[in-house]
Ligand binder design. Structure first.
Ligand SMILES: CC(C)(COP(=O)(O)OP(=O)(O)OC[C@H]1O[C@@H](n2cnc3c(N)ncnc32)[C@H](O)[C@@H]1OP(=O)(O)O)[C@@H](O)C(=O)NCCC(=O)NCCS
Length: 143
């Protein structure tokens, strides 16, 4: 088993054994845990990268989620633990999410500081909303 394993979790599987670690990471990056915003009905799924230490429970170091959004897909809650950034883990999570989406258009609302990350992963800025301080970005997945 490699040190960093990608795991896909579907929102209809709320008892998945790795969900607790994913919630810990989301809470530490986004600052909220309850009410839990990650388990929405309607085809959402999550990708997490887990670090396996010998003899210890795996720790979620990077995560993201994707859900149906009209005819396309929406990416939310992308986060890599601060100690593990710039090691390609967020990109691996995004590729894992995209791999489940098929040939669709993926949209997202990027924080300004995350725009370079999404551009590096093939997303283009479509619209900047100065009031909400988000950049709407999208990417058409290839079959
Ligand atoms: C955005 C985030 C998920 C990126 O995760 P990551 O695991 O560090 O990303 P990767 O290592 O896969 O980065 C891939 C490429 O994206 C670009 N990139 C990533 N972070 C960047 C940054 N802070 N500044 C500039 N470019 C960046 C780089 O081109 C990078 O490649 P390089 O390291 O070889 O230069 C992470 O920084 C994070 O969790 N930030 C806080 C939460 C957040 O902003 N979430 C997004 C909300 S929309």
């Amino acid at each position: 088993m490699s040190e960093f394993e990608v795991d896909i979790i579907y929102s209809d599987d709320p008892s998945h054994p790795h969900i607790a670690e994913m919630r810990e990471l989301a809470a530490s990056v986004f600052g909220y845990r309850d009410p839990d915003p990650y388990f929405m009905p309607g085809g959402a799924y999550f990708a997490g990268i887990y670090r396996h230490h010998d003899g210890q429970a795996p720790v979620c170091v990077s995560m993201g989620s994707m859900m149906k959004y009209g005819e396309g897909m929406l990416v939310t809650t992308m986060a890599t633990h601060a100690d593990y950034q710039r090691q390609g883990l967020g990109s691996r999570v995004l590729r894992a999410l995209e791999g489940e989406a098929g040939n669709k258009v993926v949209t997202l609302e990027a924080w300004p500081e995350a725009v370079a990350f999404y551009e590096a992963n093939g997303y283009s800025a479509e619209l900047v909303d100065p009031d909400d301080e988000v950049v709407y970005m999208e990417k058409r997945l290839q079959p």
